[in-house]
Design a protein around this ligand. Structure first.
Ligand code: AP5
Length: 185
């Protein structure tokens, strides 16, 4: 039997994690999960936790690790993830890495790389079109700083497992999707 795909997609803000997770999920026939989107859904439900998540997302900080871990666990236990999943944006720091590896074992980690100015330009363009509350100059800067300070160092753990694929994220959506698709031929 073919082993289940459990694929993590990481990369700086605007690298195309969410975009590429959806394309790859369609190709592999498994769901694309987005930690950012799951948290926005939880924020939309309101209540004390929802309001706290909304406040934290708005300033571009990370929501508490326990909250992210609980949401991740609940989502991978849903029926559509029985045969594997792709998740973008989780784990993002050392504490989340420890929770993740205690819950599951990834089969591949894709790290999409783009230069800083490409990240900023794409998020600026998205702000013009969609008006996401965290796509302001100050908040983009904070999100990118957290990626460099917390997420990048964490990725070194996955290098030790020998499952990291670095993919150049510069180019059209289709070009990047082709680079990622080749990993799973
Ligand atoms: P999240 O929603 O995950 O945002 P992010 O990490 O800042 O990532 P982005 O959505 O900005 O970028 P992306 O790399 O997914 O690119 P995308 O495909 O969207 O997280 C939001 C917040 O939630 C966090 O700040 C935090 O508060 C919280 N959170 C999330 N995960 C957490 C965790 N693990 N722990 C704690 N808190 C957490 O593309 C971006 C834009 O570029 C789009 O407009 C797209 O159309 C465009 N684009 C994509 N690819 C290309 C291309 N090749 N060429 C041109 N344009 C492109």
């Amino acid at each position: 039997m073919r082993s289940k795909h459990k694929i993590l997609i990481l990369g700086p803000q605007g690298s195309g994690k969410g975009t590429q997770a959806n394309i790859l999920a369609n190709k592999l026939g498994i769901p694309a999960l987005s930690m950012g989107a799951l948290l926005r859904d939880a924020a939309g439900k309101g209540g004390e936790t929802g309001e706290e998540i909304a406040r934290i997302q708005k300033i571009g900080a990370l929501v508490p690790d326990e909250v992210a871990g609980e949401i991740f666990l609940a989502r991978i236990n849903e029926r559509d993830a029985e045969n594997g999943y792709i998740i973008d944006g989780y784990p993002r720091n050392e504490a989340q890495y420890k929770v993740y590896v205690s819950l599951d074992t990834p089969t591949a980690v894709i790290v999409i790389t783009v230069p800083h100015d490409v990240s900023v330009q794409r998020l600026h363009d998205r702000a013009m079109k969609e008006g996401r509350v965290d796509d302001t100059v100050d908040v983009i800067t904070r999100r990118l700083q957290i990626y460099h300070d917390e997420t990048q160092p964490m990725i070194s753990h996955f290098h030790e497992h020998g499952i990291v694929h670095e993919v150049d994220g510069v180019g059209t959506v289709e070009e990047v999707a082709e680079r990622i698709g080749k990993i799973f031929l």
